[in-house]
Design a protein. Structure first.
Length: 199
């Protein structure tokens, strides 16, 4: 399965089924894989608990450059999703080193970045990642997943492996470093499929 860069553009929104849904404006081009998001309404205080293994993953919507609405479940049509919050530059580069291995497993890596639009573009250029970054400066997506920390305007470093049925298969705190392929293979029951880069 060959995903290639995953492009999103125009409008990203928290799922309308969530009471604190927040519309997010985005800008992106087909020459880049970053989704830049700005919001005018911050996430509310008191972040609810996020999903655990076996729970349905909170959905979020985005509108593509051709004004068609897409959702997390549209990403899942391409394969399972590794959704990462609160990643630093070293974490983003580690995922990039394993991107091809993840894609061979049928896993699409996506990092949600709690920063403003301009900062996300700078981060993208510094790290030279080729997978999707979602800019979420006010924590609307992080709040849905229970990892937003209002006091810091950021998210705890947390990851979710979401299978194609939309269920969370595994979640964890912190970063596994260079073992993302092992984490996703174990979460998805792909025993023995560990093809991480040696870099």
């Amino acid at each position: 399965m060959n995903f290639g860069p995953f492009f999103m553009a125009a409008l990203l929104a928290a799922a309308t089924s969530h009471p604190a849904a927040t519309a997010l404006r985005t800008h992106a081009t087909a020459a880049n894989n970053a989704v830049s998001v700005t919001t005018t309404v911050p996430a509310p205080a008191g972040t609810p608990a996020g999903p655990v293994a076996g729970d349905p993953a909170p959905d979020f919507s985005y509108q593509s450059h051709d004004f068609l609405w897409q959702n997390l479940h549209n990403m899942l049509e391409q394969g399972s999703v590794l959704l990462v919050f609160g990643a630093g530059e070293a974490d983003l580069r580690a995922i990039e080193r394993e991107r091809e291995s993840l894609v061979r497993q049928g896993v699409l890596p996506v990092a949600v970045i709690e920063r403003r639009e301009g900062d996300v573009w700078k981060l993208l250029h510094r790290t030279e990642v080729t997978y999707s970054l979602l800019a979420d400066p006010h924590g609307a997506i992080a709040e849905q997943y229970g990892v937003y920390e209002p006091g810091t305007s950021g998210a705890r470093t947390t990851w979710f492996v979401i299978d194609q049925s939309g269920r969370v298969r595994q979640t964890g705190a912190g970063s596994p470093g260079h073992d993302w392929s092992r984490v996703t293979a174990d979460a998805l029951g792909q025993g023995g499929v560990h093809t991480a880069s040696a870099n």
